[in-house]
Design a protein around this ligand. Structure first.
Ligand code: ADP
Ligand code: FBP
Ligand code: MG
Length: 481
């Protein structure tokens, strides 16, 4: 009997152990047959001592504990299981990419196709073109290891992507019956996307479960902004921080070569300033980093202009890095949305550059040279770097192992350096943000020497925000560092 549940599957144990488990076919389809995992006879893995993951293995969400604290929340460890719920020859899988571009998308596609084929012998994999709407209005591509062999060297996604177009019923109808003349069910759906995409995947999973279909929905979290919670970091983030250095270097060279030169660099980060924060910390040439989580003001004591005046007096030049979502509250609201319902932002880099120029046109002010660099789309469009490519490979493999083992309604994700399966409910629950009362933001302030722009009232508010339930202070530090 099919049943529907959008509640999290929670298992509790001794000493406050909590497993936020992922759904499984067995939860809503009884008596399914299982098969030995084909990896058993794969020569590449035969030497591994304990290749299959124990059903009970779990990974803690928080690793900093005190001797008396309960064991806390855990996630199911990802990896191959002894028994699988699909016969390789019967499996039809599909892959879709949605939302904005991110370095590493093609690597994830490549590695899903390779893992399905080389590890599990699954060779019927469809690429859905153009994001969610591709399920019902576009063509599909047959993805074979040969077709995807070189794609990790290219930026973007070979499948194309889009915003909007999420129609749950049409998508699930198309998953349930892709055949024109003969019924064909897609057994495994791999969805690569950000917070919006994974909210979409969660409702697709719910509808599939309601219909009692044996279809695994597995997500691979994609966000260049690193705004997805729970996981250590998102793929493409490392590449973005590295590529941002080129823009910051250029801004620094331009600023340092001019008299009273100011370089302004805008980086991506709609609601979360992680790229700006890490790019600033990596560069050491940045004098001021502005992010959405930390409000600032321009005029008066302790404001940005006072700091710029001081920096130019001391050094004769300065570099400002800002996340695109910073200071939006200071700009006239646009009140427009993209096709997915995301608020369209004003160009804060242009706005700030203009404001700085106006400030230095006032009487008794020094002449300045300001250069504004917007590398945002150039950063997003490159292929993943080496570290991200390895990370993408493991995320893809974890998703494939999970789906083959009958898990569904989950994303793969790195938690405290271990690969896990995280239920959709947790991944879409909230956004990951820089917590400005945590040590990482303090490290940034001490590296740039910029003012915190926070009065005592804002400090109190920020502290309260940092104390909200589920805010794991280590998240802010890109957990594994
Ligand atoms: N709350 C939601 N429910 C269902 N689908 C959604 C939701 N939010 C976004 N989507 C769909 O997910 C896809 C990507 O969302 P978007 O916000 O543009 O990018 P991202 O997934 O990178 O955050 C779009 O096709 C959009 O229609
Ligand atoms: O491609 P668009 O529609 O211009 O969107 C730009 C936005 O996409 C992003 O790169 C990624 O956002 P998503 O993860 O929501 O797709 C943001 O940093 C940026 O604000
Ligand atoms: Mg998003």
């Amino acid at each position: 009997m099919a049943s529907s549940s959008n509640q999290m599957k929670v298992v509790t144990g001794e000493f406050g152990f909590v497993l936020q488990d992922v759904p499984h076919f067995n939860d809503y389809i009884p008596d399914l047959p299982t098969y030995p995992n084909p990896l058993r006879s794969n020569p590449a893995y035969s030497v591994v001592k304990q290749y299959f993951v124990d059903m009970d293995d779990s990974v803690p969400e928080k690793i900093v504990v005190h001797k008396d604290t309960p064991r806390g929340i855990h996630f199911r460890r990802a990896g191959p299981r002894e028994r699988v719920y699909f016969e390789s020859d019967d499996v039809h899988a599909c892959i879709v990419t949605c939302g904005g571009l991110c370095p590493g998308l093609n690597t994830v596609i490549r590695e899903i196709v390779h893992s399905l084929d080389y590890m599990y012998g699954v060779n019927k994999v469809l690429g859905i073109e153009g994001g969610y709407r591709g399920f019902y209005s576009k063509n599909t591509i047959c993805l074979t290891p040969k077709v995807v062999n070189d794609i990790h060297k290219r930026g973007g996604t070979i499948l194309g992507t889009s915003r909007g177009g999420h129609d749950t019923m049409k998508i699930v109808d198309s998953i349930q019956d892709r055949g024109i003349n003969q019924a064909l069910l897609l057994d495994q759906v791999y969805v690569i996307g950000g917070d919006g995409t994974l909210k979409g995947a969660a409702v697709i999973y719910e509808e599939i479960r309601k219909r009692g279909l044996k279809v695994a929905v597995a997500g691979i979290p994609k966000t260049i902004d690193n705004d997805i919670p729970v996981i250590d970091r998102s793929f493409g983030f490392d590449t973005a921080v590295e590529e941002a250095q080129r823009a910051i270097n250029a801004a620094h060279v331009e600023a340092a070569s001019a008299e009273n030169g100011i370089g302004v660099v805008k980086l991506m980060g709609r609601y979360s300033g992680f790229i700006a924060m890490y790019a600033t910390l990596a560069s050491r040439d940045v004098d001021c980093c502005l992010i959405p989580e930390s409000h600032f003001y321009l005029e008066g004591k302790g404001g940005l202009f006072e700091y710029i005046d001081k920096k130019l007096k001391e050094n004769g030049h300065m570099v400002i890095v800002m996340a695109e979502g910073a200071a939006q509250e200071l700009l006239a609201a646009k009140n427009e949305q993209d096709a997915s319902g995301n608020k369209l932002l004003q160009d804060v880099g242009l706005w700030l550059s203009q404001k700085i120029k106006e400030h230095f046109l006032k009487p008794n002010k020094i002449p300045i040279t300001l250069k504004y660099i917007d590398p945002t789309y150039m950063i997003r469009a490159i292929p993943g770097n080496a570290a991200d490519n390895v990370y993408c490979t493991l995320l893809a493999q974890s998703a494939v192992h999970g789906a083959m083992a009958g898990f569904t309604g989950f994303t793969s994700g790195l938690v405290n350096g271990r690969h896990t399966c995280v239920p959709f409910n947790r991944i879409i629950e909230k956004q990951n943000k820089v917590v400005i009362t945590d040590r990482m933001w303090a490290r940034l302030l001490s590296s740039t020497n910029q003012p915190s722009f926070l009065g005592p009232k804002c400090m109190d508010e920020a502290r309260k925000e940092g104390e909200t339930p589920n805010t794991d202070t280590t998240t802010n530090e890109i957990k594994s560092t």
